[in-house]
Design a protein around this ligand. Structure first.
Ligand SMILES: [Zn+2]
Length: 144
């Protein structure tokens, strides 16, 4: 027997002490069935949690976008983002800096765009550029 006594259930241990191999095999088979049933319950719970998580992400998407748009509008107003568009934007992988729209890290796995501003560039995530474009380009508050 390779199983240690500590790992056997009390029932299985008692059966081993009485020398009933058939009963021990039966107990192990029953334990195996219980383990399979528990595994199926855990998988079902995991699936349900994954689905609920996806639902919450969808529900919160509008809130996240609203917050990001508000942050971009504030940065447009305080001059941290330009109102003017550019004929061309340069893009590439992030280099570890911070996004000019929301301060999130610009990762090498993300598309980052360099937006011209005041003789330099401000770097934004690709999706932040889209929001910036929708919120600010051509909508300077001081130009009627
Ligand atoms: Zn960003």
């Amino acid at each position: 027997m390779t199983l240690s006594h500590a790992r056997l259930t009390r029932h299985s241990r008692r059966l081993l002490q009485t020398g009933s191999v058939a009963a021990t095999v039966q107990a192990l088979a029953e334990n195996t069935v219980r383990v399979h049933q528990a595994t199926a319950r855990f998988r079902a719970t995991g699936r349900a949690l994954r689905i609920r998580s996806q639902q919450l992400r969808v529900e919160n998407r509008w809130l996240r976008l609203t917050r990001r748009r508000a942050l971009i509008r504030r940065r447009l107003l305080n001059g941290r983002l330009p109102y003017d568009s550019a004929p061309k934007l340069l893009g590439g992988p992030g280099d570890g800096g911070a996004c000019g729209a929301r301060d999130g890290p610009l990762l090498a796995t993300q598309l980052v765009m360099a937006v011209p501003m005041a003789g330099s560039f401000v770097e934004l995530h690709g999706d932040c550029v889209m929001l910036w474009d929708q919120e600010g380009v051509g909508r300077h508050p001081h130009i009627a």
